[in-house]
Write a protein that binds this ligand. Structure first.
Ligand code: FAD
Length: 406
């Protein structure tokens, strides 16, 4: 009998952990497993804000796929997915086409721009390692240019962050940690640099506990971030950002606008005709799409909820990793023809948002709040634990963060 073909799209948290779990659960004779990713490396998306601010080297976030997966068991294809044809069980790649019996979609997120004029064209997004590198180099270039020009243009030194959610505040925290060194390196007077965060809601971190919000506001403002809430970004050009607050339209000259307004699933999934809800693929409890019994979705492409459909889960690495366990288990069950298909049960242990090198906020076990170095330590433990799950002690020691105290 022909071995079933399992194809996994995307080597992010969801795709990689599905592959890691499957290579343990399924024997060589049970199925052919293929992983497709546009790069031959996996990256730590949760550290991209550090790469973008320049506080962490790119190399630290980059993990070669061949060093993690057993290449005897998993076939790796370095290629870019163009579209999925679920009715024909095919995936179109830039360089060919592949068939599948079972498909796992883990193509991740892209920045949502919510129709803000010019944001897609002129804003910088923290999407992947190369976009993070671009932000770092763009900021350095603008600091260098400032002193090169006769009429020193303040737009070089104004950095505007659109969105005060987790990505926005994490990037701001790292950036203000780096600014003193940047100023020293490029001969800039620190007070000349402006870092502005614009948030539409009445507070940053909307939906978070008030004490965590207050702590975050204090931490960022005390290090120089100007936080503007209840302000709607109207337009982003290559040299400015325009927002509206209290009925007044205000313009900030800037060559650097970071879009952290929100995320949506990779556009490819919508273009491939899957049923979407809130920018993501609607899935059943067992992580299969509503329409296809042989198509699973993991991570930021999937819309999942906790307890009731109203209670949507935030897209996090933690959730993607847990979903990968469910998907691998269900694939094993379908392929071996024994056992039970299970539903995805999120275990939300806690959430931590970093505010820089030695500061963070977090919530654990539903209501335990952590601030400052305690939250930082917890964040590093979570990050190291993921590296351990992915590639064992060796990877954890090579890439992990162990500078717990400063
Ligand atoms: P991703 O990790 O985005 O991986 C998608 C993969 O698909 C990538 O390898 C990509 O190269 C590949 N791919 C994309 N398109 C194609 C294509 N067309 N063809 C082939 N391959 C393709 N979550 C937390 O839990 N804790 C945090 O502290 C945290 N901090 C964050 C900080 C930042 C700055 C950001 C941006 C996100 C953060 N998140 C955090 C969210 C978390 O990173 C995401 O929820 C998680 O990465 C989702 O995993 P994923 O597997 O769905 O996709």
């Amino acid at each position: 009998m022909k071995k079933p073909n399992i194809v996994i799209l995307g080597a992010g948290y969801g795709g990689m952990m599905t592959a890691v779990n499957l290579q343990k659960a399924i024997g060589l004779n049970d199925a052919t497993i293929t992983l497709v990713n546009k790069n031959d490396y996996h990256y730590q998306t949760i550290w991209l804000h550090e790469n973008a601010a320049g506080t962490l080297e790119q190399e630290r976030s980059r993990i070669d796929i061949k060093n993690i997966l057993n290449m005897q068991k998993i076939k790796f294809i370095k290629d870019t997915v163009v579209s999925i044809k679920p009715k024909n069980h095919k995936v179109k790649l830039e360089d060919g086409e592949i068939d599948y019996d079972y498909l796992v979609i883990g193509l991740g997120f892209e920045a949502a721009t919510y129709g803000i004029t010019g944001l897609k064209e002129n804003g910088l997004m923290i999407n992947d390692l190369s976009s993070a590198r671009l932000i770092r180099e763009h900021i350095e270039y603008n600091f260098a240019m400032y002193n090169q020009e006769k009429d020193k243009d303040q737009a070089h030194l104004n950095i505007v962050i659109c969105g005060g959610g987790v990505t926005g505040i994490e990037f701001a925290g790292e950036l203000v940690d780096r600014i003193p060194n940047l100023c020293a390196e490029f001969d800039i007077n620190k007070p000349q640099v402006r870092v502005v965060m614009i948030e539409e809601a009445s507070t940053i971190l909307p939906g978070f506990d008030q004490q965590l919000i207050d702590y975050t506001m204090n931490s960022l403002e005390s290090r120089g971030v100007e936080i503007i809430t209840e302000a709607k970004v109207k337009e982003c050009t290559s040299a400015s950002i325009v927002y509206k607050k209290d009925g007044e339209q205000i313009e900030i000259p800037t060559f650097t606008t970071i879009s952290a307004a929100g995320i949506r699933a990779n556009r490819i999934v919508e273009q491939s005709g899957f049923k979407m809800n809130a920018g993501k693929i609607e899935v059943r409890q067992d992580m299969r799409t509503l329409e296809y019994n042989n198509v699973f979705v993991v991570g930021d492409c999937a819309l999942t909820s906790e307890n009731n459909p109203e209670n949507l889960l935030s897209p996090t690495a933690q959730i993607a990793i847990q979903q990968a366990e469910t998907v691998a288990h269900n694939l094993k069950t379908l392929i071996k023809g024994k056992g039970k298909i299970v539903d995805f049960q999120p275990r939300t242990i806690g959430t931590v948002a970093s505010l820089g090198n030695d500061d963070a906020v977090g919530i654990f076990m539903k209501d335990r709040k952590l601030f400052g170095w305690k939250a930082t330590v917890m964040e590093k433990i979570i990050d190291n634990h993921y590296l351990y799950k992915l590639g064992g002690v060796k990877l954890m020691i090579k890439k992990g963060k162990f500078n717990f105290f400063y």
